[in-house]
Design a protein around this ligand. Structure first.
Ligand SMILES: [Zn+2]
Length: 326
């Protein structure tokens, strides 16, 4: 553990100690105050003795994010006592349910367009963000992103992104303004080491589309017979607080499609460690002209599973396919 984190935790413990001894402690039953004070003092004593932050069972370091949440923690995740493990499991199940509630409806429809998406966390919760938001003109916004890291912290930042874009969408800003504003807001709520890559796009009933790609893997656009990879037009969100966004516009004819994915798709490895890559996705998008969006998505996912051949996944996955109907 870094000296800086240990100092943060020490001042957190001292703060709790003075709260328990002050007026706030008077509100609790005395036995409870005594028990909590003993825990705080024991943690401070471990700090002085050089054993702070080590698991009582295996003596390996307790996860830093868990110590930041509870500086009195004395077990690593692998050695939680049964009651604490059950409580954590229940918390995670609830968090997963909350996150599923943030996903757009499966039967999302917009005039002239069809959409299909797949969202699959690696663990209980995901750091990927997938959203579809109706726009006032009958078109819609689509956002697919990937917060750095995985697990609980990433999923909390994903929910921040969800709130930010859901708040900005009704303002009907130009797309670059929306993404720049989202970047500023996201920068305010993240730690310096966190960022998010994402694609934010808007399609209109006449088939026109605008895209911002903030440091994300390319959008694959099937226009006519050819598939084009539309690379990033800007930096990921959260790297700098004042980032400018660039917009690319295109026009989709009936049958044309866009596919966006997170690196849980392209970087999935087979048992020999070979990554799936982008090329197979491009081939599938090219070969599935004429098929509905959910069939295109199904073909991509089937190829991804076949490539992995049972090798375990290592990342969250989100894939979005948008197809112009008429
Ligand atoms: Zn342990």
């Amino acid at each position: 553990m870094s000296v800086r984190i240990e100092e943060t935790l020490r001042s957190e413990l001292l703060d709790r100690r003075s709260k328990l001894k002050g007026p706030a402690g008077d509100c609790c039953p005395p036995a409870e105050v005594t028990r909590l004070l003993e825990q705080v003092d024991a943690a401070l004593a471990r700090m002085d003795g050089g054993t702070y932050g080590l698991c009582e069972v295996c003596h390996d370091p307790v996860e830093t994010d868990r110590l930041l949440a509870n500086p009195m923690e004395t077990f690593c995740l692998d050695h939680l006592p049964p009651a604490a493990a059950r409580a954590l499991e229940a918390d995670m199940a609830l968090a997963a349910q909350v996150q599923r509630g943030l996903l757009p409806p499966r039967d999302f429809v917009a005039p002239g367009w069809e959409v299909a998406y797949h969202y699959e966390p690696l663990g209980a919760v995901s750091g990927d963000y997938c959203d579809l938001i109706p726009a006032p003109d009958g078109g819609f916004y689509f956002i697919l992103g990937d917060v750095s890291g995985k697990g609980i912290a990433a999923s909390m930042l994903m929910s921040q992104l969800h709130a930010i874009f859901r708040t900005l969408a009704p303002l009907d800003l130009p797309l670059e303004g929306m993404v720049e504003q989202a970047g500023r807001l996201f920068c305010q709520v993240t730690l310096p080491m966190h960022y998010a890559t994402l694609v934010c796009g808007r399609v209109r009933p006449d088939g026109s589309a605008a895209l911002c790609n903030a440091g994300h893997p390319p959008v694959l656009a099937r226009l006519g017979g050819a598939v084009t990879a539309l690379e990033a037009t800007g930096l990921p969100l959260g790297v700098f607080c004042e980032e400018s966004a660039a917009v690319r516009t295109l026009k989709l004819a009936p049958g044309d499609a866009l596919a966006v994915y997170t690196d849980g798709l392209s970087e999935a490895a087979d048992p020999a460690g070979q990554e799936f890559g982008r090329a197979p996705v491009e081939s599938i998008i090219a070969a599935t002209a004429g098929l509905p969006a959910d069939a295109v998505l199904g073909a991509v996912l089937a190829a991804w599973r076949a490539h992995r051949a049972g090798a375990p996944r290592t990342d969250d996955l989100a894939v979005l396919v948008i197809r112009r109907l008429s």
